[in-house]
Design a protein around this ligand. Structure first.
Ligand code: 5GP
Ligand code: MG
Ligand code: MG
Length: 180
């Protein structure tokens, strides 16, 4: 297939991962989770906004009794510099003694997921794991054990399939990477 180029705001992006390829990675992830959580009734906590397409396609492939719920993280502009932990918004479930799986769109430096995991751990879940659609291993700045990764990618900025560039691109069914 010919690469397709699109422009969002002031940046050009070209096709990087087609929907079928994304779905094949998600199927493998779902197979793993179905096996690991057999008889466990996991609670999936999806981090909005970027995870919405991933969660939809993953959840359809989970054949366990499970709960799917959504949270947001309040963003502090200075978080990167101060390492300040973001606040969890919209968490209505009691995670105590639950098998929690956090669903993320992408883990880059790991600041976000690291802060979130710290806060969730205090609530004493029975187990706590992360499933992310994308991981940039070269960017990680925390010692994180991310058990479920659909796809590791190089350090390029990507959009589409839920991921945005300044608000645009979330609706795209494929993933695009920035043209440098
Ligand atoms: P962290 O650096 O804390 O791991 O990632 C924080 C957030 O940065 C992610 O949840 C995501 O919203 C955003 N981010 C990191 N890398 C990318 C990327 O390549 N594309 C987009 N659209 N967002 C990214
Ligand atoms: Mg995210
Ligand atoms: Mg974003």
């Amino acid at each position: 297939m010919h690469p397709r180029t699109i422009t969002l705001h002031d940046c050009d992006f070209s096709t990087y991962m087609h929907e079928e390829e994304i779905l094949s990675y998600i199927q493998l992830l779902a197979d793993q989770i179905n096996k690991d959580y057999a008889n466990k009734k996991p609670l999936f906590l999806a981090v909005l906004n970027g995870s919405f397409m991933f969660v939809s396609d993953l959840a359809k492939r989970i054949n366990l009794d499970c709960e799917v719920s959504f949270i947001r993280l309040s963003s502090y502009k200075d978080m990167q510099s101060t390492g300040k932990v973001k606040e969890i918004l919209g968490l209505t479930e009691d995670v105590h003694s639950r098998h929690v799986v956090v669903l993320e769109d992408i883990v880059d430096t790991g600041h976000t997921i690291n802060g979130l995991l710290q806060q969730l751990k205090e609530k004493q879940p029975a187990s706590l794991e992360v499933a992310t659609l994308l991981l940039k291993p070269d960017c990680l700045q925390h010692k994180l054990d991310i058990k479920y990764v659909a796809k590791s990618i190089p350090n390029d900025f990507v959009v589409g399939y839920g991921l945005d560039y300044n608000g645009l691109g979330r609706n795209l069914r494929d993933i695009y990477k920035i043209v440098s």
